[in-house]
Design a protein. Structure first.
Length: 147
C-alpha cells in the first residue's frame, strides 16, 4: 500500500513538473514571438517614417524646381539622398523574396537623385526637369513592385 502511495505521489510530481516546464517554455516562446513582432512593427514604422520624409522633401523639391528656386531644390534633394540611405535595410511589403531587385531599384533611385542634384547645382532647367521625371518614375516603379 505504501509503495502505491509513493508511486502516486511520484506520478503527480512528474505530471506537475512537466506541466510547469511546458508552461515556462510556452511563455518563453510566446514572449520571443511578441518581441519579434514588436521589432518587426518598429522596423515597419521606421520604413514608413523614412518614406514620409522622402515624400515631404520630394514635394519641396518639385515646388522649388517649378519656381526655379535652385538652392531650395538642391537642399530638398540632398535631404532625400540622406533619408534614402535608410532604405538599404528595408523589408518590402510585397516581393520581399526579391531583395536583389529591390537593391537595384534603390541604386537607380540614388543615381537619379545624385544626377538631379548635379543638374540643380548647374541650374540646368531642362536637365533638372528630365531628371525629376526620372526620379518620379523610379518611385512609381518601386512602389508598384514592392509596396
Amino acid at each position: 500500500m505504501r509503495s502505491a502511495a509513493v508511486f502516486v505521489i511520484f506520478a503527480l510530481v512528474l505530471m506537475y513538473g512537466a506541466a510547469a516546464v511546458a508552461h515556462e517554455e510556452s511563455e518563453e516562446s510566446s514572449s520571443e514571438t511578441r518581441m519579434d513582432e514588436m521589432m518587426e512593427n518598429m522596423d515597419m514604422k521606421m520604413q514608413h517614417k523614412t518614406m514620409e520624409t522622402i515624400a515631404e522633401h520630394w514635394a519641396e523639391a518639385r515646388k522649388a524646381l517649378k519656381e526655379k528656386e535652385w538652392k531650395e531644390a538642391g537642399g530638398a534633394v540632398a535631404e532625400m539622398e540622406e533619408a534614402a540611405k535608410g532604405m538599404m535595410g528595408f523589408k518590402p511589403h510585397r516581393n520581399a523574396d526579391k531583395p536583389d531587385l529591390f537593391m537595384n531599384k534603390h541604386g537607380l533611385f540614388m543615381k537619379r537623385l545624385k544626377d538631379l542634384g548635379k543638374a540643380i547645382e548647374s541650374r540646368d532647367a531642362a536637365a533638372a526637369e528630365k531628371l525629376a521625371a526620372a526620379v518620379q518614375k523610379s518611385c512609381n516603379q518601386c512602389h508598384a513592385m514592392f509596396r
